[in-house]
Design a protein around this ligand. Sequence first.
Ligand code: SF4
Ligand code: SF4
Length: 190
Amino acid sequence: MERINLSTTAAESRTLREQIKAHSGVDVKDCYQCGKCTAGCPVAFAMDYTPRQVIRLVQLGLKDEALKCHSIWLCACCETCYARCPRQVDLAKLMEALRIEAKGMGYIPEKNVDLFNDLFLKSVEKNGRVHEMGLILQYNLQSRQFLKDATLAPKLFTDGKIHIAAEKIADNGAVKRIFDKVRNMGEEVK
Ligand code: SF4
Ligand code: SF4
């Protein structure tokens, strides 16, 4: 892990905390660094900063370190940390707010995670639900991992887990309206 410079000012720290609170509703001041979130996180082993450390970066106003870290892209949003936290700090929401901010600033250290997220949402917007087959093909093509998980395909087909044609929901208009509403909310936040 890189060595980090702790010379942030109180003002920098407050600004970042308030920005995160406005975007996610999470007040990182609530965290008292007990580490229960990290102990239960199924992805902590792969992260550069553990969930507890990500919160600490934000508490200290270390914006660049928080926004450039891989952890915010590796978080699976499983909410295990939230369930375990004695202070009800919603880390998944915090990670999401940091991802949005990081992407806006062009910091995307896990490009394939970002690609997968975008393709997943596009598929849901188009069909009202995710079309797994289309998602896998698009992801493998665009991430240039052409044969990734290809050996699993026959079993998934025979088990009926993936279908060649997309199944659309009856009223896709409602889903599109949700996407439009979220986009408009994003404009308002800017
Ligand atoms: S479990 Fe909650 S209070 Fe404890 S370190 Fe994690 S976020 Fe902070
Ligand atoms: S929501 Fe993210 S940080 Fe929390 S336990 Fe799950 S993977 Fe870990």
